[in-house]
Design a protein around this ligand. Structure first.
Ligand code: MN
Length: 247
């Protein structure tokens, strides 16, 4: 099995290394990852300059572009043989609910999915990130299982793993995305030259986080697995909008 691995925290990130080491036990791993932290890059492609690919001392390819660039490059010309699966992560921090819209971790997996390859995004649900090995093992088990008896696809799975030792996990749950409260406001500040600058504020807290959501599963100590799709059409509004426009 050929596994293409990427992330958004950068090629040097401990979560990426933990995932690469874990997945190397079940397949041939190729890493193509951004050269710096591109968290929040979403599905952006670099179109205004060429991209450079270099190799790290661990044999990882790193690119001066986005997570989406990395997977796009890898699948459309950088590597010789197409991967059987794209795995992204292990992100340092959750990607639940609305986070998935902004996430570079999810975006790297999405790019694989859009290019016709099954894909999984893996995030560790903690800002302190002690238990990357737990998420590495969860990802390995899931990839083994999926590639052994493939469910009808293509599929794109968003996985969030509680930051606990593997033995302390309370199982796994297939979930839907929850929703967060509106993000907090920008933080206004001055740079050393006296110019006003703004930091984008933190994400809002969980709002729609009841049973069945990713937020709820992780809060209960369970691995959350959400199947995602990319069609943004609001199907329920199609008829209403047609009628309204025709009136
Ligand atoms: Mn990140």
């Amino acid at each position: 099995m050929r596994i293409l691995l990427s992330n958004d925290d950068g090629y040097f990130a401990p979560g990426l290394q933990a995932l690469a080491e874990s997945l190397a036990q079940i397949g041939e791993v190729t890493v193509v990852a951004p050269e710096r932290d591109r968290s929040g890059a979403s599905n952006s492609l670099t179109l205004d300059r060429p991209l450079t690919v270099r190799k790290s001392h661990l044999g990882y390819w790193y690119v001066n572009g986005t997570p989406t660039d990395c997977v796009h490059l890898a699948v459309t010309g950088l590597i010789d043989q197409l991967p059987d699966i794209v795995v992204s992560g292990i992100n340092h921090g959750t990607n639940m609910g609305d986070d998935t819209i902004y996430s570079g971790t999810v975006a790297a997996a999405t790019e694989g999915f859009l290019l016709g390859i099954p894909a999984i995004a893996v995030s560790l649900a903690s800002r302190h990130a002690g238990n990357f090995a737990t998420a590495g093992r969860v990802a390995r088990d899931l990839v083994s299982r999926l590639m052994g008896a493939r469910p009808p696809g293509p599929w794109l799975l968003n996985v969030n793993v509680p930051d606990v030792p593997y033995e302390s996990l309370a199982g796994q749950e297939v979930t839907r995305l929850g929703k967060r409260h509106k993000a907090e406001g920008v933080v206004k500040s001055k740079n050393p030259r006296g110019d006003t600058v703004y930091w984008v504020g933190p994400a809002g807290s969980a709002a729609d986080a009841g049973p069945g959501t990713d937020f709820h599963a992780v809060a209960q100590g369970r691995v959350s697995i959400t199947p995602l799709q990319m069609d943004l059409t609001h199907f329920e509004q199609l008829d209403a909008l047609r009628e309204w426009l025709a009136a």
